[in-house]
Design a binder for this molecule. Structure first.
Ligand code: SDX
Length: 429
């Protein structure tokens, strides 16, 4: 459904089409604005800009709603598993039993990486950040899998997609093992996706490893929560990289690089470090004051969100999962959880946070859970990237298959020097 609106520029009325979505805000189509007015729109940070049309994920920031292909995140997290969510995001519908079995089989049969990847790792220092290794290794996959880099071939796009969904856990586990000096553990394909990942991370050759089903289910649910999130920074990076025709492995590597930032996927690592720095509930007021101080760059990590101006629905499920995991591990009173829950209570009653609509986001509780499971802080964003890979791929595929797709190339407001002539060194004084 569309209508028109009129914009007056330099006393000239310009008709612009208004397009309505199935739910959520309508858009004003400004694609012809420059041709009609010689002016650009200006929106640093894209706070009011829709970069694309999409059918994958819908967020209502005011209501705290998150839908994957129309299904509420809490229902998917409660009833499904991560590979079911992957199928839904990629194909648009929940799989039948037969479709799910086939999808699980296809993913499982791609979990190994080319054995020469092992040599790739030895080039890194042991203390390299695992995200640095992931950016490098995922980008390097295009050096091993030339038979699935032609993005014009749907079959090759599908194979590359399956390879990345299947190999991210293997590469993530290899990055972890390399950082602790333990031997790589190969995938064991009679295990489900997340159990396989836990075993690759925590098994050692000297003894049998039994996956804890409660922890595996909890981590699988955490992957569901992180799977996609509309046009966030890293997804927009993947779409922009893909719009140039770059191969899928390079696009996903670009997404991983963007996710690493502390304002985005790196917030789970930063949030845990913040909770450790606070240490005890009595120090919370000091940090709340710093977060409110305009002259202090400190922010409460795991708090606030560009879209959610209500509680992040994923944070609620994350908090419940945190308690489940700590109970299963017999951790009765985790000081970090005490600080987190007290900090949340104080912040949510503080006028500054109420006025700016700052609520805990998905990263606020995830670090406590992952640390309790045995992951080092440096692996938290790697796990986020592992889960988000399917979202990046679904969004990348949608962009490639969009007939109106063209290379993304924003313009600017130029405020630099006007034209001037070259001055030789002798004349420069
Ligand atoms: C993720 O986009 C996505 O969907 C991302 C994500 C996904 O699934 O892909 O949801 C994952 O990245 C979650 C967000 C994780 N980041 C953090 O937890 C880092 C801490 N949060 C902030 O850096 C911030 O809230 C952002 C980056 C998340 C959002 O930044 P915005 O939308 O640009 O908001 P802003 O920085 O303009 O803040 C608005 C106001 C500012 O005050 P004023 O300048 O208006 O006076 O709120 C303040 C900010 O100073 N503010 C905070 C704050 N976050 C915002 N003050 C204290 N602590 C904070 N955490």
């Amino acid at each position: 459904m569309s209508s028109n609106t009129t914009l007056t520029v330099d006393n000239k009325a310009v008709e612009l089409a208004v397009k309505e979505g199935t739910i959520g805000p309508s858009v004003v189509d400004i694609s012809k604005l420059y041709a009609q007015t010689g002016m650009f729109t200006y929106d640093p940070g894209f706070t009011s800009t829709a970069s694309c049309e999409s059918k994958i994920t819908y967020i209502d920031g005011d209501q705290g709603v998150l839908l994957y292909r129309g299904y509420p995140i809490d229902q998917l997290a409660e009833h499904g598993d991560f590979l079911e969510t992957c199928y839904l995001l990629l194909y648009g519908e929940l799989p039948t039993a037969a479709q799910k079995a086939d999808f699980d089989y296809r993913v499982t049969r791609h979990t190994m990486v080319h054995d020469q990847m092992n040599r790739f790792f030895t080039g890194f220092r042991r203390d390299a950040h695992p995200m640095a290794i992931m950016v490098a290794c995922v980008g390097a996959l295009s050096a091993f899998y030339h038979d699935s880099t032609d993005i014009s071939d749907p079959q090759q796009r599908m194979i590359a997609s399956m390879r990345m969904i299947a190999k991210m856990p293997t590469l993530a586990a290899m990055a972890y093992k390399y950082s602790i000096g333990q031997p790589f553990v190969y995938p064991q394909n009679d295990l489900d996706y997340t159990s396989n990942f836990l075993r690759m991370c925590f098994a050692v050759p000297c003894e049998d490893y039994k996956v804890n089903p409660v922890l595996s289910r909890a981590l699988d649910r955490i992957f569901i929560l992180h799977a996609d999130h509309e046009q966030n920074a890293s997804t927009s990076t993947v779409r922009l990289a893909g719009s140039s025709g770059a191969n899928p492995f390079a696009c996903i590597a670009a997404g991983i690089a963007c996710l690493w930032g502390p304002a985005h996927g790196g917030a789970n690592e930063a949030a845990l470090k913040m909770l450790e720095e606070i240490g005890t509930p009595d120090r919370i007021p000091e940090f709340i004051a710093r977060a409110k101080d305009k002259n202090d760059p400190f922010r409460l990590m795991g708090f606030g969100h560009r879209v959610y101006k209500n509680y992040d629905p994923r944070a609620k499920i994350m908090q419940k999962t945190t308690h489940e995991v700590l109970n299963e591990l017999g951790i009765k009173d985790d000081p970090l959880l005490d600080v987190a829950m007290e900090l949340e209570q104080i912040a949510l009653k503080d006028d500054y946070f109420i006025e700016k609509k700052l609520y805990p986001n998905i990263d606020f509780y995830s670090g406590i859970t992952l640390k309790a499971m045995g992951f080092p802080t440096s692996m938290f964003t790697v796990l986020f990237a592992l889960a988000r890979t399917v979202g990046w791929i679904a969004q990348w595929s949608e962009m490639i298959e969009d007939p109106s797709q063209r290379i993304g190339r924003p313009r600017q407001l130029y405020t630099g020097p006007t034209e001037r002539n070259y001055v030789t060194v002798a004349q420069r004084g």
